[in-house]
Design a protein around this ligand. Structure first.
Ligand SMILES: Cc1cc2nc3c(=O)[nH]c(=O)nc-3n(C[C@H](O)[C@H](O)[C@H](O)COP(=O)(O)O)c2cc1C
Ligand code: SF4
Length: 484
């Protein structure tokens, strides 16, 4: 992963541990009610893909255990990992693109309900993404995948030559020469792997996205409601289709790109379709970016505009993330695909303990606060989820009281210690295992390996019933804890 050049090291701290009165008076442990969203307190486990589904995207025992373990400490809400809305092979990413997934998802709801004794609201993050290919060996790409065009013929001065000879000429060329002859997209496909963009409107299936995506999201939401979820989170963040429509880099000419009002059109249409197809008590919100952190990308002003539009449409919550784009991703090795969390924008999404002066804790606070203020100034009270490096009571409380958000999203601290909230609440705060923000977990995620935390994955491996990773070396969920 990219790291800020300053390389300043940060350490987490327990902060002030609250006494029972402080807990009773706190914002963190106060309920929230807005439209259909009813939370017992302000804690929220944002989506985290743990790579535990089958290769067909089905719920497994490992998936049930992963969420069951989090549910035991009764977070107010769990957002189940990014789950694909199409019925197409997507590796071990969870899927909801067909009715056959409803049974497994229903089991998941039952398990979370049992473990949390009904205290946790459960949402599922619905994702759509475009195709991305692995980087090929240069020779293979030039021989088989590159479409030879007049541009190549002209620049090579081989206008009458056979296609085979043009390919051979390109294969014999060095990097810089190729960069001159190939169009920018072709050169990117050669050096990073081919990737579809929402602006590839010469491809019918990309041109048609505004026609097909609203119903695909709506069908997925209908299934989610049937399975028993309390609601859905529309994934409008990071590197995927919907975020790409919102991005300032989207220059589609069909009314779905260019100025902000056009870029927000499809995300709004998707929301409206979903809302129309689910019951009135079903929660629908979105996760999107407070800042894309890429050259020419959307900034916080765009995010404020989108947030107000989403709030006006009637979304039940707005969850803000940051960065996580393909645009600045590291070049993958031959045989691997680019990963959107390897560049600077990826760092901003999941900041690590080696950082710059700003540090890894609360990097998205200022932008999220600005977005929330824009929504409030427009006269709406839509709850905002703020996330990024939150790991103790003091920080959570300051964020809530300081208007950074209405709900705190805590991902890696929940992974490091699924019982952190319970420990706080029961007066066992000193027993909390603090996340170190090393991003060991994120490294596993990047390689599509089952995600675990380095603070507990080699602990008590021989206990009965411990589910282990495929190589048998790591336990898949945190050791049990109880307040004796
Ligand atoms: C292993 C892992 C998987 C993640 N998967 C998702 C995901 O599916 N969808 C999403 O919106 N964010 C995902 N994230 C980002 C987190 O939800 C969160 O925004 C980010 O980790 C920053 O919060 P934190 O500092 O509390 O960890 C993931 C993060 C990690 C560490
Ligand atoms: S591996 Fe554990 S300690 Fe390290 S960043 Fe992930 S959750 Fe935190």
């Amino acid at each position: 992963m990219w790291k800020p050049p300053e390389k300043i090291r940060f350490k987490t701290s327990m902060g002030h541990l609250p006494d029972p009165q402080e807990i009773a008076d706190s914002k963190l442990f106060s309920p929230l009610d807005y439209q259909r969203l009813h939370l017992d307190n302000r804690s929220w486990l944002p989506a985290m893909v743990p790579w535990r589904a089958t290769n067909d995207g089905e719920v497994t025992r490992e998936v049930l255990d992963w969420y069951g373990r989090f549910a035991r400490s009764k977070p107010a809400a769990i957002v189940v990992e990014a789950t694909g809305i199409r019925d197409v092979p997507s590796g071990p990413l969870m899927r909801i693109g067909h009715d056959r997934y409803i049974g497994g998802l229903r089991q998941l709801i039952e398990r979370i309900g049992e473990e949390s004794e009904g205290a946790t609201r459960v949402f599922i993050q619905l994702i759509d993404f475009l195709s991305i290919r692995r980087r090929q060996k240069a020779e293979k790409y030039l021989e088989r995948f590159l479409v030879i065009t007049d541009r190549h013929r002209k620049l090579l001065d081989m206008e009458e030559a056979r296609e085979f000879d043009i390919r051979q000429a390109l294969i014999e060329m060095e990097g810089e020469g190729l960069e001159r002859i190939l169009a920018e997209r072709e050169y990117n496909a050669l050096t990073y792997g081919a990737r579809e963009l929402v602006t590839d409107t010469h491809l019918n299936h990309i041109a048609d996205l505004p026609q097909v995506l609203p119903q695909l999201f709506a069908d997925a939401a209908i299934r989610a409601e049937e399975a028993g979820f309390d609601g859905v989170e529309l994934h409008y963040a990071h590197a995927y289709s919907m975020a790409s429509f919102l991005s300032a880099t989207n220059n589609r000419q069909d009314g779905y790109g260019g100025e902000r009002t056009h870029r927000v059109r499809l995300p709004r249409e998707v929301f409206r379709k979903v809302r129309e197809c689910v019951s009135d008590k079903f929660v629908v919100g979105a996760r999107f970016l407070a800042n894309e952190i890429i050259d020419g990308g959307s900034d916080v002003e765009d995010a404020c505009f989108f947030a107000v539009e989403f709030a006006r449409c009637g979304m039940d919550f707005l969850s803000l993330s940051r960065g996580g784009k393909f645009d600045d991703a590291k070049q993958p090795k031959v045989g691997a695909a680019a990963y959107p969390y390897t560049g600077r924008s990826g760092y901003e999404c999941m900041p690590q303990f080696i950082s710059d002066k700003v540090g890894p804790f609360g990097r998205n606070f200022a932008d999220t606060a600005q977005v929330r203020k824009a929504v409030r100034d427009a006269g709406m009270q839509t709850p905002v989820v703020v996330a990024g490096g939150i790991h103790n009571f003091e920080m959570a409380e300051a964020a809530l009281k300081g208007g950074k958000g209405d709900i705190i999203g805590v991902a890696r601290q929940y992974l490091a210690d699924p019982d952190w909230l319970l420990k706080l609440q029961s007066g066992h705060g000193e027993a909390i295992r603090l996340c170190e923000y090393t991003n060991y977990c994120e490294g596993l995620d990047q390689n599509h390996k089952q995600v675990t935390c380095k603070l507990w994955d080699r602990t008590e491996l021989d206990e009965p019933d411990v589910l282990k990773s495929r190589d048998g070396k790591r336990r898949l969920s945190a050791p049990p804890w109880s307040a004796k």
